[in-house]
Design a protein around this ligand. Sequence first.
Ligand SMILES: Cc1cc2nc3c(=O)[nH]c(=O)nc-3n(C[C@H](O)[C@H](O)[C@H](O)COP(=O)(O)O)c2cc1C
Length: 355
Amino acid sequence: MHSEPFYDPAKSYLDNFEHGPFGLFANTSASFPAKPTRHQFLGHPVDAPFGIPAGPLINGKFVKAALDMGFDIPVYKTVRTRRQACHPWPNVLAVRVAGDLKPDQTLVAGSEYSEPLSITNSFGVPSFDPDFWQPDMADAAAYARPGQVVVGSFQATLPENGSAAAYLQDFRLGARLVKETGVKVMEVNLSCPNEGTANLLCFDIARSRQVVEAIKEEIGSLPLVIKMAYYKDQDQLQAFVREVGGAVDAIASINTIAAEVRDVSGRQALPGEGRLRSGVCGSAVKWAGLEMASRLARLRAELGMKFAIIGVGGAGSAAAFDEYRRAGADVVMSATAAMWNPRLAQEIKGQAHEL
Ligand SMILES: Cc1cc2nc3c(=O)[nH]c(=O)nc-3n(C[C@H](O)[C@H](O)[C@H](O)COP(=O)(O)O)c2cc1C
């Protein structure tokens, strides 16, 4: 049913980094013909409005393999302005969820990756220094063929001595460094920790707006995507979009949804402090991604805004791609399902009705 994943959870992050990608992503070549394109993504023609969101494409080799396999909008994993180590292995575990992930549900982890596929991932957004990732991202971005666009994702690092000004400065620096690579589209991860609070940055509307304005000052007309978490509260989402939606070119949503993950004996599944709760993605969060796509589409129309909507979360089939497009997503992306199904983009191009 599933292929060998291109990122192997049984191996360490560094092993994947050095020796991956695996399975069908291992020896790809740009063998499919360049196609006349019917779609646009933020001013760039794309063959299909489908891609892989920030995360599983951990370096340029992974991005190039994704391009070769027909994922026309691959996102180069979220980077930082300085090196950051990865959380201890394991970083990916299968989780058993019957149907949709529910609020405050405790999940049981395992190593059997079966349909309907849901996983938890916990990396801590590791990064190499810009000395490594800038030339690597530049090389991957330049590899895109006509009808393909590589997106560069980044986030800021919380300063050790806790200063909101330093945090904002780090967003500016990150934006400058990513721009220097020549990527045609930039994504900032706002579903990341917020300086001085225990909540995610995207739940702090004033700070999110400040961050977006600072980045825009740095990058000028380069299109900016923001990555947002699932919002429970409609008033809060509306306030966010009203404040920030006019300043960005696209909103990608959702990121993972946090849940408690234990092993079969009830012990914490991922080792180390702060890892009892970790991000869940895949099939169990599709409902939340679809819901956000349609809520964002409604708000965009109500507020007369223009941002593109990138639907993310459990989009693991041509039927799911269609559901996202009908819900209002302009572009659809899959992380978890694509990891285990390297042919997903080709399947969507062959089978989806909403192309
Ligand atoms: C292995 C892995 C690593 C991820 N790393 C990041 C990341 O660095 N930055 C980010 O914004 N999202 C990251 N994500 C979240 C995905 O971009 C996506 O929002 C989430 O997995 C939901 O999509 P899915 O159900 O298709 O997996 C990661 C997801 C996976 C599976």
